[in-house]
Design a binder for this molecule. Sequence first.
Ligand code: SPV
Ligand code: MN
Length: 622
Amino acid sequence: MEKAQEILKKRLQEEQYNKLVDIKNPGLHRFVAEYVELCNPDEVFVCTDKDEDRMRIRDAATESGEEKTLAVEGHTVHFDGYNDQGRDKENTRFLLPKGVDLGSNINSIDRDGGLEELRTIMQNVMRGHTLYVRFFCLGPTDSKFSIPAVQLTDSAYVAHSEDLLYRPGYEELKRTGEKGGFFKFVHSEGALKESVSANIDKRRVYIDIQDNIVYSLNTQYGGNTIGLKKLAMRLAINRASKEGWLTEHMFVVGVHGPQGRVTYFTGAFPSLCGKTSTSMIEGETIVGDDIAYLRKSGEEIRAVNVERGMFGIIQGINPEDDPIIWKVLHQPGEIIFSNILVAEDGSCHWIGKYGEVPSEGINHSGQWQPGKKDEAGKEITPSHPNARFTLNLQLLENLDPEIDSPEGVKVEGIIYGGRDSDTCVPLEEAFSWEHGIITKGASLESETTAATLGRAGVRKWNPMSNLDFLSIPVGKYIEDNVKFGRALENPPLIFSVNYFLKGDDGNFLNEKTDKAVWLRWMELRTHGEANVIKTPTGYIPQYQDLKVLFKEVLNKDYPKEAYSKQFTIRIPECLAKIERIKKVFGNISDTPGIVFSELEEQKGRLLKTREEHGDYVLPDKL
Ligand code: SPV
Ligand code: MN
């Protein structure tokens, strides 16, 4: 008997052992055995795709106190520690073998030293805990997109969240047996104090691309711990680059055009910039809201949702702007809320929800009442700005029927969006694939938000909104993107949107609901059914087309004056942006030449237009 099997036989109860060795994959057995020995849990539970196993994990989450039940049936709440409310960028590092260089934008640590540090932290870290072994499939099962994955975690909350968020993979791994080149995740919340990770100073998220393993220790926040989410994304970006496809931080949505036509778009937006709400627009259908794999199939680009659930931001969800999610959040169903405020009657409250703020309750800081301050004297909001809800997309009435299609959906448009108060127009189409990839995707900037730890409100460069997850050098990543669509005769159109543009008075120039119109205009454009105005930075819509769409989609009048303000080309700001982006790329050693040539051409067009029309150019002038 192999050594791994011996260890497993000794450490696992017979029933659990049998479930594990039913998957004929010695690599998997070695992986589980190694971390059972090292982390030393009291018990091991192997979860198959069967309902009874899955329910066992759901129940364990409440029995352990990691989740508490709420007033509505099926709803639970989980709290992460007060200082564990976002992705920890500083302590997220790639384990780099000697001779590998990912560039200075990517946080890394020498592999041998990092592994040693991890081993020290992991020694007996699961003592007193149960280790859950779970199997999932990234992407639809039995498809060329599928990547099987195994998660080891001592958090029933993490294991439960993944149950809602990912497609089951036990049977998939059994089917693929030894062939499955699976991704591996090891998570421990570490020692707990009042149900939250106590040793935050030893919080680590280390990614080993060589062995396709990600380690996550002494943390609970989903973005750090849910292996299949942003941790798997880092492994997948690396694999995709080697195999000629793309892993993107993108939603996938079906936009419903004239005569029942459905056109699929993907969209990349940094956190808290309207990504989920764009994928949830009324009248359209959602395939996914966060991560997509894109592969070429003949002359087409096809995309799948890597996930099957949503780990969505709850701040600002209200019945007017988000009617579908609002409804789901108020009816029975399996939903995990995290870091919201729970009132005494078991009802939930969050920032931006309609209705009164409860006069007291429990939130991520413990017992809370208005005016409560933290140790640093900072006022604690009722819910954390990064508070979330976790649910299976099947709960949504707008789920697209192609969600599980093994072939994915055909992508006809790609949207890049950021939080930008003063530079880019609300909606614009790129001149070409290359122009779009460089000036919209690779040049994406956003004013920071609360989804990562650190200061909010600072303008940050975030190419394709994927910077935090890149596991290949940035230049190589941009080049992969350029090459991906360049060879196609009719690549998807590329668009940029900006929902956050402000006027001179500091107020937003658009309503939240306007994005529904933008989507429908893009849908028409992919079929050549709307006209444009050519600006130095891309094609913008004509007033007349938007006026019709505003009436049709929102039943609203759209004054010409509003259009003119929104679509004024702000040349000084656009030029300043080009200089910022050039500077960033100037510091990246493997930047492909096309980045600079596209930016220079754009600069030339802007300067020429400025000569003719001045700094701020109304669309009618062009
Ligand atoms: C994001 O921040 O982009 C998210 C949530 O989707 S997290 O899981 O933290 O990445
Ligand atoms: Mn995301």
